[in-house]
Design a protein around this ligand. Structure first.
Ligand code: AMP
Ligand code: ZN
Length: 138
């Protein structure tokens, strides 16, 4: 547990939450400021800061939780779609430094735009970047 982490405090029961899932190493609760009502956060019970800090063997459990909670949120809200999102590091909008997945229920025509998209200068620019990513992955 990280002393000054609000999600660690929620998981420990020190701060109330609208809990929707509590199995194995995973906990989920409703976001207090939902993008759409039913917006849920799925978090590892142990404090890990970002996706890159999550142990690989937690992945299977996290995926099972994302599917279970996602299905539950969709059924309870009548949503016909679901966005799964994750902010990693402050540049990407991460405010709480305890890794968490956002599950956002979506309804046809709800008008929500998550991000704007841009064009590459040309195909070569895109291919060059793809090669750099491949090289970085190793
Ligand atoms: P992020 O910007 O990805 O770090 O998202 C943090 C999320 O945590 C935001 O969507 C907040 O609305 C949500 N949040 C912060 N405090 C609480 C809380 N006490 N209970 C539920 N959700 C919270
Ligand atoms: Zn934490």
């Amino acid at each position: 547990m990280s002393q000054d982490c609000i999600f660690c405090k929620i998981i420990a029961g020190e701060i109330p939450s609208a809990k929707v899932y509590d199995r194995g190493g995973v906990y989920a609760f409703l976001d207090i400021a939902p993008v759409n009502k039913g917006h849920a956060l799925v978090v590892p019970k142990k404090h890990h800061a970002t996706l890159f800090d999550l142990p690989d063997d937690l992945g299977r459990e996290m995926l099972a939780a994302l599917k279970a909670v996602g299905r539950g949120v969709m059924a309870a809200t009548g949503a016909t779609g679901l966005n799964v999102g994750m902010n990693n590091y402050e540049s990407a909008g991460q405010l709480v430094h305890h890794a968490h997945f956002h599950l956002i229920p979506r309804h046809a025509g709800d008008g929500l735009t998550l991000w704007t998209q841009h064009a590459y200068e040309n195909v070569e620019e895109m291919q060059k970047l793809a090669r750099a990513v491949v090289q970085a992955i190793g």
